[in-house]
Ligand binder design. Structure first.
Ligand code: ZN
Length: 218
């Protein structure tokens, strides 16, 4: 199985740790019945969660309710810790579009029990990510339209200009806690409209200026 990010200029980077930001769009926090967090809400997917464009993904047998969350993915190109937001974009290798696949029933039970989200969010195949575009091709990552279609029908539509925290602020925050390394990435949160995927669905994720991601659910 390929575990490299592939860029449109044919360069590759091994996939590292995936840091994911929860509730970075207020309308999505609202649809989940959740408050906006005071500081960024962060959880992690392991590198084995990654699958590339055109993968067929099965719904794990432990769940009856796998949801799509379309998100911009920021790929880190250089190790950083304790940097300021003003220099954060210097550490970005590129951008992609990904789907934070979530076992909503497993997550709901974990929330109820005060347990971690690792299984609900980090299972194998939970992070399909498109081919990436090099950072210098994107002028402003905080103003890109983002959309997800299931079987040709638009389910999620928004813009990264609706994010509560910008790409620069997220990199500064995550790097201040964890240290980011080359090949790590940040899923920057999802707009509203998350919903259930079923076997047979064809899912298309789009981020302005970035190659489209297509996956199927089997
Ligand atoms: Zn998410």
């Amino acid at each position: 199985m390929n575990r490299n990010f592939i860029f449109t200029d044919d360069t590759e980077l091994p996939v590292g740790t995936m840091y994911c930001i929860g509730r970075n769009f207020s309308a999505h926090a609202k649809e989940m019945g959740a408050e906006l967090p005071e500081s960024a809400l962060v959880f992690i997917k392991p590198p084995t969660a990654f699958v590339p464009n055109q993968t067929a993904i099965s719904i794990p047998s432990i769940s009856k309710n796998m949801h799509h969350e379309v998100e911009m993915v920021v790929i880190i190109g250089k190790e950083c810790s304790n940097i300021t937001a003003s220099s954060a974009l210097e550490y970005v290798a590129g951008y992609a579009v990904g789907i934070d696949l979530t076992l909503r029933d497993v997550q709901a039970l974990a929330k109820q029990r005060g347990e971690p989200w690792a299984i609900a969010k980090g299972f194998a195949g939970s992070a399909p990510i498109s081919t990436a575009i090099p950072a210098n091709k994107i002028e402003n990552p905080n103003n890109l339209s983002i959309e997800l279609e299931v079987n040709g029908e638009v389910r999620q539509s928004g813009s990264t200009n609706m994010m509560e925290r910008t790409v620069e602020q997220l990199i500064e925050y995550v790097a201040s806690i964890f240290t980011l390394r080359e090949g790590d990435c940040i899923f920057t949160g999802t707009p509203e409209g998350v919903g259930r995927l079923e076997s047979g669905d064809m899912v298309t994720a789009k981020l302005q200026g970035v190659p489209t991601l297509e996956i199927s659910i089997v």
